[in-house]
Ligand binder design. Structure first.
Ligand code: ADE
Ligand code: ZN
Length: 330
């Protein structure tokens, strides 16, 4: 089982680059930039990684972002992730970043995107990992903030493939962001949104009907609505599922109770992803491994989930076919 997971090439479709900031790198960058963290040590910080819900995690995640100051910091962050991705045999990654969590601290928009893009471009050349970057709007902020930022994202469309929606879900339904998503679609961006992580099935429905998303991030709670679930399955609208995140943020009580098998049984195009691996206890292979053990995934389930990762990616169909062929030749 673990050999199969390690052996197979895979795509990762739901990974926040800021969520790959390991405590060691956080302290190193804090020192480099003369920033005082509110934790005396790495151990003190790690002891806080015990979350009861999404918000408790986000408070620490945004605090961690404060150490990211220069283009080189963003480069180093992305490179550290790429090295882990390479070890896990990731051959394509579609990463999220949160521009507002940097611009709102006075970091120019260009600093983050240029550092990230340069690292991923180097990763493509040196490690053979292809990539797409998705810029997410923070849904706890007003839509007007997203509309104000949008021209910057458009200006960098050569580096940014898609628009996403993340941060605190409850009380911030997708309907709040219809205008900026409509504009992004018109301009040719792919669009995705976190929905149904903590929020109800209706938020998933809104993401589909009102934002017209190309993919749903998490989507767990769609299972509360049979009609919606059938509709998502029929439309082949993928879910980017994040098992260890679901466990750490108490979306599921235990990994044994994770609904991944139910999702597959219902014909949903589920994929496995790491979300915020530095905070949730593991990168993509660790997500596969722990989930496979907890719910007893078969080899065929694992292959389906990995096939889905390519099918649900925003790669051109011809490249997807090549990845699927490679996968089946192993
Ligand atoms: N930002 C980073 N990780 C997130 C998650 N799991 N849900 C919502 N926003 C996030
Ligand atoms: Zn996420």
């Amino acid at each position: 089982m673990s050999e199969l997971i390690q052996l197979l090439p895979k795509a990762e479709l739901h990974m926040h680059i800021e969520g790959s900031l390991e405590p060691e790198l956080m302290f190193k960058l804090a020192k480099r930039n003369g920033i005082e963290l509110p934790y005396a040590s790495i151990d003190e910080l790690k002891a806080l990684y015990n979350f009861n819900n999404l918000q408790e995690f986000l408070d620490i995640y945004y605090q961690g972002c404060s150490v990211l100051q220069t283009e080189q910091d963003f480069y180093d962050l992305a490179w550290a992730y790429l090295e882990k991705a390479k070890q896990d045999h990731v051959v394509h990654t579609e990463i999220f970043y949160d521009p507002q969590s940097h611009t709102d601290r006075g970091i120019p928009f260009e600093t983050a995107i240029n550092g990230l893009y340069r690292a991923f471009d180097d990763g493509q050349q040196q490690l053979g990992i292809s990539f797409h970057i998705i810029a997410c709007f923070l849904r706890h902020l007003p839509e007007q903030d997203a509309l104000d930022l949008y021209p910057k994202i458009l200006k960098h469309q050569d580096k940014i493939l898609g628009i996403g929606l993340d941060s605190s879900e409850m009380g911030h339904p997708p309907e709040k962001y219809q205008q900026v998503f409509a504009q992004a679609r018109k301009d040719g961006f792919k669009v995705v949104a976190h929905a149904g992580e903590e929020g109800p099935a209706d938020y998933v429905k809104q993401a589909i009907d009102l934002l017209q998303v190309d993919r749903i991030d998490h989507g767990n709670r769609c299972l509360d609505d049979d009609i919606l679930t059938a509709q998502i399955a029929k439309a082949d609208l993928a879910l980017t599922v994040c098992p260890l995140s679901n466990l750490k943020l108490k979306v599921v009580k235990s990994l044994q109770e994770h609904p991944i098998k139910l999702m597959l049984r219902k014909g949903l195009m589920a994929t496995i992803n790491s979300d915020d691996p530095a905070y949730f206890g593991g990168y993509i292979n660790e997500n596969f491994l722990q989930l496979a053990e907890a719910v007893n995934l078969s080899d065929s389930d694992i292959i389906t989930l990995i096939e889905n990762s390519f099918k649900a990616s925003f790669l051109p169909k011809s490249i997807i076919d090549i990845h699927l062929q490679t996968l089946h030749s192993i």
